[in-house]
Design a protein around this ligand. Sequence first.
Ligand code: ZN
Length: 307
Amino acid sequence: MGEQIWRRGNIHTHTTESDGDAEPEKVVEWYRNHGYDFLALTDHNHLTIIEHGSKHRGAEGLLMIPSEELTVRTDHTRIPVHLGGIGITRHIEAVATDDVATTIQANVNSILDAGGIACINHPSWEWAFDHRAILKTHGARLMEICNATLGSNNYPVPLPSKYSPSEIWDQVLTAGVPLFGAATDDSRHYHDFAPHKENPGHGWVMVEAEALDSDAIVEAMAGGKFYSSTGIYLEELKVSPDEVSLKVRQQGDVVVVTQFIGKDGQVFQESVGAGATYRPTGDEGYIRAALRSSDGTQAWTQPVFLK
Ligand SMILES: [Zn+2]
């Protein structure tokens, strides 16, 4: 078996076509100059297509995946529901009802109709909704488990009804629903780089795909053939119901800790160092690996479901 080929991309990006502060061309240039292979421009309720590069590797060397962030608030209750429509073939009008789950479902359906895959974005932003709503829906393939913008509430807190994205993810997976976890930038600010700005380069996906074209990348993501990262790179990742093993690319003298997590977010094994292997017993429900480094960066692999 040959070496695994990983394609680095960001699937949540804003430009001046919505609330970003740089023109689409400038945003594309930033990502192209920072080691990305593909990019989804996901302006709010707007399909931003940039010249010469809507489908195949264009825009001077960066593959563009036509996308949009369907952005609404529920009627009356005003709860934000944002969905990434990744790989769509046309603009979609976002719709809202007075209920979170039916709003998610209606927009997921529109995304599927338009030939894309749906990503449930930043569920914990404004503590908007959690697994209880998500589990009433079907058809989404991805959810954001780490969104780099302020207010995404990526980390857990010990308060009732306030779930972090990873906690929501584990509850969804525990129910047996295969949603795959994405780390994204949700970037808006491309001029000033500062901690309180929403800058690019903080969260991305590494997709295993032979071909760098839109269909191959979208299909691989839909099938969970990717991992998410905020700075940790994997040299190798093997996932099967018999064994999950990985090897981290060593960066300086940082130490990486890998947790193998299953049903209800339970940690079944913790490994320290560049290589980690877990052999499921079959009672874990599913197994996913969550990595964190002594420099503060993280990575997440996708779940494998067990009998
Ligand atoms: Zn959003």
